[in-house]
Design a protein. Sequence first.
Length: 429
Amino acid sequence: MTGYGRCESTTYGRRILCGICGLGVAAMASWATAQNVGGPPSGDVAPAPLNWRVAEKGILEDHVQLTFDADFHKAGEAYFSPDDQWIIFQAVPKPLDGQAPDPFYAMYVAPLRFESSRLVGAGDPIQVSPPGSANTCGWFDPHDPSRIYFGSTVQPPTASEAPGFQRDSSKYKWMFPPETEIVTMIVPEIFAAIHPGAPLPPPEVCDLRKITRNDTYDAEGSLDPSGRFLLYTHVDAAPAFADLYVMDVRSGRTNRIVTAEGYDGGPFFSPDGKRITYRSDRQGNNYLQLFIGHLKFDEHGVPAGLTQEFQLTDGADVNWCPFWHPGGRHLVFASSAVSHHNYEVFITTADPGDLPGSNGSIRYGLQTRRVTHAPGFDGLPVFNSDGRYMMWTSKRSMDPRSTGESQLWAARFVMELDPAPAIPVDPSR
């Protein structure tokens, strides 16, 4: 594992990370339960073994595990580069014998391996975050695969208490280090792969640098298709309150675009850059719901707010990490709709009614279908550039020696996206 934010190859010891972003504070207890943190509640019966390859046939096929217990204690929240040749993800490296895992996530990139145009795995991971820092939510520039963005404290966070399940109180505590800012850098290994033989840009261009400088938590960032606008979550004070901001990376001009009560986060631009999706705990009931907002733009062409907002989900479920299908008509997301002890990936309609072939009416959240069918956690789903592959974080494994922690998986996405009846949810569970 090499590099950590400078345009050179620097090897260092195994250090790491901050936490899977995209969850509000109110949903942490439910998320911890789904992750089996601290063990299942008393009286729970382990589910019968399920052949998920069979259960997911016609939806996900040619499954590939991308990260493994041999390298990482856990890994998650991965995204494809715009050319589909690399991934960026956060992970905790496997600790040395007798040592505890690092308390914070580090940020990594890794090349993807293909055989006859088929995805077969990932190559050696490269750590890109500074040693000891807390990191989360990595992303690629949509036009330059060598440039990445992620949330980082850069230095070890000052908070003395690490995130995680607190056995004395049976609560899941999350950490929002105020030092966390959106940072950017060029990854030398990716630059060299794209521009063989070309010299690296000067340090002021490619070294790790901060994009935001707010002295409060800024993370969960992603870029619009043009690469001009950075969409991110900003915590003003208490972590229970967060809003969504857009920065024009050319001018530095910043607008707050979602200001509702509670924690609004996990945002992404639609493929056409005109809408955003996000999740919110604004109802204050320990559940998360998904939203789509239609953007309005100021006189400079910068997103300045919303013209309309639509709520996609409701009820007693934790729904989070929405991500656009590249066609712009659907969203994938993780939900506790099956069970609060078994998160699964679902897909729902997200057609604004003005796309080619639309019937002229807004169809948001009208048809919802289940995508993953494995015991344990499946979440943080994303698509590659053409929607051929879905990648997600899962606790599934075909290896009986697996520790049961989350790792990265990918599969060909073959589900037919024509409308289908909604999956009924048992209100008594």
